[in-house]
Design a protein around this ligand. Sequence first.
Ligand SMILES: NC(=O)c1ccc[n+]([C@@H]2O[C@H](COP(=O)([O-])OP(=O)(O)OC[C@H]3O[C@@H](n4cnc5c(N)ncnc54)[C@H](O)[C@@H]3O)[C@@H](O)[C@H]2O)c1
Length: 294
Amino acid sequence: MNPFEGRIALVTGAASGIGAALAAALHAGGAKVVLADINGDGASRQATAIGAGAGAAVQLDVTNRAQFAAAADATVKRHGRIDYLFNNAGIAIIGNTLAMTGADWDRLLDVNVRGVVHGVEAVYPLMVEQAPLSGWRGHIVNTASISGLVPAPGFTAYAMTKHAVVGLSVSLREEARRYGVRVSAICPSVIGTPMADHAQLLGDSVPVREKVDGFVRLPDADYCARKALAGVRRNKALIPVAPAAHIGWRLYRLWPGLLRPVTRRLADELAPMQAPGETSVEAPTGRRDNDDAR
Ligand SMILES: NC(=O)c1ccc[n+]([C@@H]2O[C@H](COP(=O)([O-])OP(=O)(O)OC[C@H]3O[C@@H](n4cnc5c(N)ncnc54)[C@H](O)[C@@H]3O)[C@@H](O)[C@H]2O)c1
């Protein structure tokens, strides 16, 4: 039997990209899916497109704690329970950290970290209270990123938020085990979604995808959803998605120094020495001070 058959899943960020693909795959697997997104019209369109019906969509800004609680309550009222919460909504702001504004830091923290926290606050207690099915009560699946597991210069602030999501996930997983609630984090490398297609460096108008070699052929969102759900089925704690994520994570754990040429190239391409609007800064010559940090 398909493990998602008859299960109830709430997916945030479901109007686009990975969230839309997760919703489609879950629906195809027989789950009843609630598609939540700040873009309510987009969520309705996606719900209709996958055959769940526009009624399966809900407009939800994950930065709003009360809205998230209301969406969770409405899902339980309608379907009786929530078996899966996919905390997937997220945004990316990338480029040289010197170019980040206070508003950029706040927005990333609000959506990528508080948005996940609000989901946990709204749904985890409901899962703990509900009756177990097949030996477990619920599964919280947070979309982090490979940049939540390894250094990602040029993605520094984004990587901070995704490290937070990984930390929350692996810690809550151990705590929630006693209640029969599962917790996993999905950690994809770059996936060909609107986020990746339109991402620009701070202060630059050309999409990064047009600038960086090797960035052009990317795995798509359906592939990401398929791999992610395979990991969810096996109740894996961390679910790296795509070869670059598996390799990067393994290398960083076993031989972190071997990843350094990649992180230096990322730093040079995505966070150039001259930040937008700044005067040029000279690179120090000789051995780089942080070479021995790991
Ligand atoms: N695309 C990638 O390369 C990649 C890689 C690793 C991780 N991720 C993560 O995957 C998740 C999905 O990203 P994607 O690539 O599908 O991006 P996407 O831009 O295609 O989709 C993100 C969705 O989240 C929604 N959203 C944004 N802010 C929201 C809010 N405040 N409340 C509710 N919904 C909101 C958007 O409307 C959009 O529908 C994100 O958490 C992202 O950080 C993406």
